[in-house]
Design a protein. Structure first.
Length: 375
């Protein structure tokens, strides 16, 4: 069922004539290709740069948490770095975290689950997309049913808050047909050839326009972006997170999406997404360099001052900003509680970590890592 029509756009009516993919646009536009070139070059540099780290999984843990936080902020779900860092350092605290913090942590869980599925299956399926959504929202619901009156409204901080700006497709099998077309477009490079970066941008628009779920579509769509790039081999690890760039350019993001919907103006949208990739890859490279340099400096300082300081401990301190003594004891090895307490005191004395006590709990904070992640 091909629904390519010229019906006029009405934001109050379901956009059931959303065209199927591929789009009717010349992807060889010179300005689009120029920005694609910048994005591709910086993305390739990022792919190489992450291998500098002795254990790339360290970076995945820290920046995936930041992405989860920023992606949730786009949906007006806010928590603090402090609460997040404390929650992930203690499973009990994570269980008792605020609803906002739990939602952010579920986003990170959905990202990791999707990444594991990509490594295992080497494709993005409709089932995997639904599972990502279900983890984000902690629900068993799947694709929204045809009777759901879902609309997109302006936020409370916008002019004319609550005003309808878009009504996604609705009706029996309408969403299913469009989502199946999107999944085929993503996976079938033979029938739908094209550069992965441009296809990622096109697919992101299409997913948001279909709006297949009752809630959480933005976060699910942003996870799909990175999983698609991993699946296409442009990245080995899921480290390119666009949420910060989208937050900083939120008005342009929504303007470009709206132009595709209302006028089929793809050019500015594709340029926006290429600039998002370029700038995010650059900032992530800076982040990697900063963490790598700080790890090296901390390692040299720790070994010089403490005979027992080693590489494994140094890596553990950079795995996440807040860490508990129990976790460090697993890295240091079997030792008495007295000796372990002495070691932690020495780390604090040298300024490698600082202690933060809350009731009976003590967290050890790597302030250098907190500074880098907050930059």
């Amino acid at each position: 069922m091909d629904v390519r029509t010229s019906d006029p756009f009405d934001r109050h009516k379901p956009f059931n004539h959303l065209p199927l993919l591929p789009p009717e646009f010349d992807l060889n536009d010179p300005e689009v290709l120029l920005n694609w070139g910048y994005a591709s070059r910086n993305l390739a540099e990022l792919r190489r740069n992450i291998l500098r780290l002795p254990n790339p999984n360290m970076l995945l843990n820290t920046i995936s948490l930041q992405e989860a936080k920023r992606s949730s902020e786009i949906e007006n779900i806010f928590t603090t770095d402090d609460e997040l860092y404390r929650a992930i350092s203690d499973s009990v605290r994570e269980e008792n975290a605020s609803p906002e913090t739990k939602e952010v942590l579920r986003y990170r869980e959905a990202l990791w689950s999707g990444y594991s599925n990509i490594i295992d299956k080497r494709e993005i399926s409709q089932e995997s997309v639904i599972k990502i959504y279900q983890k984000i929202k902690n629900t068993k619901q799947g694709i929204r049913p045809p009777q759901s009156q879902v609309v997109i409204r302006k936020g409370q901080s916008d002019l004319n808050p609550g005003e309808i700006v878009y009504t996604p497709p609705r009706g029996p099998e309408v969403i299913e047909v469009k989502l199946a077309n999107l999944i085929t477009y993503i996976n079938d490079n033979q029938h739908y050839p094209g550069d992965p970066l441009l296809k990622m941008a096109i697919s992101h628009y299409q997913f948001e326009a279909i709006h297949p779920f009752s809630d959480g579509n933005g976060r699910a769509g942003r996870i799909l972006n990175i999983l698609y790039l991993v699946n296409q081999g442009l990245l080995t690890y899921p480290v390119l997170y666009l949420s910060k760039y989208i937050i900083e350019n939120k008005n342009e993001y929504y303007y470009c999406i709206g132009a595709v919907t209302q006028k089929k103006h793809w050019k500015n949208w594709l340029i926006f997404m290429m600039k998002a990739v370029e700038n995010t890859a650059k900032s992530t490279n800076i982040l990697i360099d900063s963490i790598y340099d700080q790890m090296s400096a901390t390692m040299d300082y720790g070994k010089k001052e403490l005979k027992w300081y080693n590489k494994e401990l140094n890596e553990a301190l950079f795995y996440q900003p807040y860490i508990k003594q129990k976790t460090l004891s697993e890295v240091i090895g079997r030792t008495s509680r007295t000796t372990l307490t002495k070691y932690m005191a020495e780390l604090c004395r040298l300024g490698i970590v600082t202690a933060k006590q809350e009731g009976k709990e003590v967290f050890y904070i790597n302030n250098d890592l907190v500074r880098i992640l907050g930059g």
